[in-house]
Design a protein around this ligand. Sequence first.
Ligand SMILES: Cc1cc2nc3c(=O)[nH]c(=O)nc-3n(C[C@H](O)[C@H](O)[C@H](O)COP(=O)(O)OP(=O)(O)OC[C@H]3O[C@@H](n4cnc5c(N)ncnc54)[C@H](O)[C@@H]3O)c2cc1C
Length: 421
Amino acid sequence: MLDLRWARQYKNKRTLFCQCASDARKRQAEEGETKVLPQIAKVTEEQEIFRTALEGTVDRVSPVARAQELDNAKRFDSELHAALGELGIMGLGVPEELGGAGGGAVEQVLALEVLGRKATSMAVFIVVHFMITRLLRDYGSQAQQREHLVPLAQGQKAASFCLTEAGGGTDILAAMKTKARPEGNGWVLDGNKMWISGASTSDIMVVLARTGEHRSRGLSMFLVPTEAKGVAATELSTFAINGYDTNALTLEGVRVPAGAILGVQDQGFPQVVATLNGERMNAAAVAIGIGRGAIEVTRDYALEREAFGKPIGQFQAVQTQLSTAGISVESAWMMTLEAARRDEAGEATDVLSSMAKWWSARAAVQCTDTGMEIFAGAGFDTSLPIQRYYRDARLYSFAPLNQNMALNMVAERWLGFPRGF
Ligand SMILES: Cc1cc2nc3c(=O)[nH]c(=O)nc-3n(C[C@H](O)[C@H](O)[C@H](O)COP(=O)(O)OP(=O)(O)OC[C@H]3O[C@@H](n4cnc5c(N)ncnc54)[C@H](O)[C@@H]3O)c2cc1C
């Protein structure tokens, strides 16, 4: 029986989705056979409509060549951002009464796989966006939800998440030097953050700062406007995810009101940790999109490029390399979808989401490395997307959780070993 849950949740968006999906199919039919790899993992018919609609929107607004131009120019894709806002993507996971589009973890990973494949920097933007909307949905006061969640869910505002510091990301509890001290009716923040996505272009930031002595129960989350006095973001020169700014952030005597605390004072770390399984699944979906995108462009190239009088795709070694990479990425996708489904069912996903994140990050590196090998010299051409996939794939090897830590989690929580660090 057809699962109509999607249609119910998206009743206002459904007509738009169906229209976009049908436009996309028409365009693909006009252009001949679609080049998209067939999906192995099954999703519901409604979710398939959603995915096709999103693919069609990205192809229309930001086709591969444009995505590549923007990446080379290190520019954020504002047009695509607006189109995704129209489609309700920014509101996925946020209930309709809070200005969102409904949907859950499965719809989020479906959207992120498509974006990872077609517009990776935007996918990374949305991973951060979903983290913030989830924090606001779960911990925000009504006033905070009205002020921040509603415009975020409608794509009218952008937000950054500020946890990492120069002293370390994995062991942030030891590294964290940013402090907030009470003053008058509010707080004053001082410190530095490192590698913060979007801090130069966002409207609002969620900043983790020390408010107490206890190692893990002495941090709080603060909602800080990027234009607040004392906030300065400096864009860093990075080699990947070029369509989304990465920054060093300084907070010097930044005053915020008491109502700027998001969630419970001193409980910021456990509150963030509770959202990390979702972030891991979302990162996994982007990595899978990157891997699948790399396979698609490499398959097309291998069918055209000739050596020794025939297309290189006729050499069994080339076919085997791509098949192996494809199996990796598809199995990672099945694990990620299963993690998302369990998350929606309210089940614990710490082990499965760590497995999915590890496997997808590895598959993305394998697929993009294979792609670069098969493109050979052409892989260095910056007008072609394979080098972008190859660079972008690196991010999710260490973020939001490095590969060793994902394995630590599996060893501890699944195999039952004592903590190894
Ligand atoms: C483009 C980009 C965007 C980012 N965006 C954000 C953002 O928006 N907000 C934010 O807060 N942060 C962001 N980050 C930071 C990112 O989350 C961190 O880089 C990540 O958490 C890893 O921290 P680190 O780089 O300090 O690595 P470290 O903590 O120094 O770790 C280095 C390596 O040491 C090894 N290692 C560490 N601990 C262990 C252990 N216990 N067992 C085994 N091996 C271990 C691993 O191999 C690890 O990769 C971003 C980074 C980049 C590059």
